[in-house]
Write a protein that binds this ligand. Structure first.
Ligand SMILES: NC(=O)c1ccc[n+]([C@@H]2O[C@H](COP(=O)([O-])OP(=O)(O)OC[C@H]3O[C@@H](n4cnc5c(N)ncnc54)[C@H](OP(=O)(O)O)[C@@H]3O)[C@@H](O)[C@H]2O)c1
Length: 327
């Protein structure tokens, strides 16, 4: 069993614990919060768990892996502490603010013989394998991805209060929060793009609330819409020489329909999703429980995570989005 510690007491950490419990192979052992009261409240559903309010003591405790779900800009310093304490790291997306931070983290992880895994949940969805198989005899002409989700933090934003997710000093914004899923989906389906562009609606904090991007491949482009200030019901589409594949989403993939050039539509059967984070929790457990047997998979995930980080950084530069961590 992997003894699991948690940093970050937001809803997503509860989601990851549920997924880890469904996956099996993890034992929730310790929770860190800045405030004891928050840790006690967070731990209520989980029974016998150690609680910490000192990060040094938490990372030094008897843990195998720490799931890190604090605000984006804090990941780097907290990750350094975790890795230097000899613990494996599962870090929420976006793992690190820029390629410089990421490169240093990889060096520190290697020096301490521990692993770093970015929790980019949709990259692990098995339904992408079905889509890839379906597309293999078709020529890709392009794709249109759309992730517009009205943020629960919009009410504050409209009142002039910028929560972490809308702060440049917290490495926030729509691209790194939602756009990252579209970029990961594109990497999963089509590999690394040649280059990328982004133009954004910027907030006074210097980060984007919405934007449009392009991932440019040799023979086609993926257009991206990202939006935290509106809800959208636009489908996600992949265009081919034989027709259009229509997906319900590029994360939480649950339905796929192919409309052929003759106008006929057929459904591509997909697997049902038990929990949005289950597949990543399973993959991470497989790698962490026997790292020596899964070196290739680990190297692949780490390479893709670094490349996605590079693509996002390029897109941020294109849209004049600068984080404090870049300075
Ligand atoms: N995979 C997914 O589907 C998904 C979904 C949502 C979010 N995320 C990712 O998860 C991470 C956390 O997102 P979130 O929305 O939960 O963030 P958040 O609510 O802003 O913060 C998460 C936790 O971090 C601690 N924290 C907050 N502000 C802090 C500060 N200024 N200094 C130190 N600690 C602070 C708090 O825990 P304590 O008060 O207990 O210390 C808080 O509960 C982000 O990287 C985000 O991108 C992933």
């Amino acid at each position: 069993m992997l003894k699991l510690g948690i940093i970050g007491t937001g809803n997503i950490a509860h989601q990851f614990i549920q997924a880890a419990q469904l996956a099996g192979g993890y034992l929730l052992s310790a929770i860190y919060s800045r405030r004891l009261e928050t840790a006690i409240q967070f731990a209520l559903p989980y029974g016998d768990v150690e609680l910490y309010t000192e990060l040094e003591a938490f990372v030094a405790s008897d843990l195998d892996v720490i799931y890190l779900a604090s605000p984006n800009s804090l990941h780097y310093q907290q990750a350094l502490m975790i890795l230097e304490a000899g613990k494996h790291l599962i870090v929420e997306k976006p793992a690190f603010s820029n390629p410089k931070e990421f490169a240093h983290i990889i060096e520190v992880a290697a020096n301490n013989q521990v692993l770093v895994l970015e929790a980019a949940r949709n990259y692990h969805e098995a339904n992408f394998d079905i889509i890839i198989d379906f597309l293999k005899d078709k020529t890709i002409y392009g794709a249109s991805f759309n992730f517009a989700q009205y943020s629960s933090r919009m009410e504050n934003l409209l009142a002039g209060i910028y929560d972490n997710t809308f702060q440049g000093k917290m490495s926030g914004g729509a691209l790194v929060d939602l756009g990252i899923y579209e970029i990961y989906a594109a990497y999963r389906l089509f590999g690394q793009p040649k280059t990328a562009r982004y133009s954004a609606d910027l907030l006074p904090t210097g980060v984007d609330v919405a934007g449009c991007g392009q991932l440019i491949y040799d023979d086609f482009q993926v257009s991206m819409i990202v939006r935290k200030n509106a809800q959208s019901s636009l489908a996600n589409e992949i265009y081919t020489d034989q027709g259009t594949l229509i997906l319900n989403h590029i994360q939480g993939l649950q339905s796929a329909q192919f409309r052929g050039l003759d106008g006929n539509t057929r459904t591509i059967p997909l697997k049902s999703l038990q929990h949005l984070m289950l597949e990543e929790a399973q993959v991470f457990e497989t790698i962490l429980s026997k790292p020596e047997e899964h070196q290739d998979l680990y190297t692949h995930l780490l390479t893709v995570a670094q490349q996605v980080n590079q693509t996002m950084t390029l897109m941020r530069q294109d849209a004049n989005i600068q984080f404090e961590a870049d300075l």
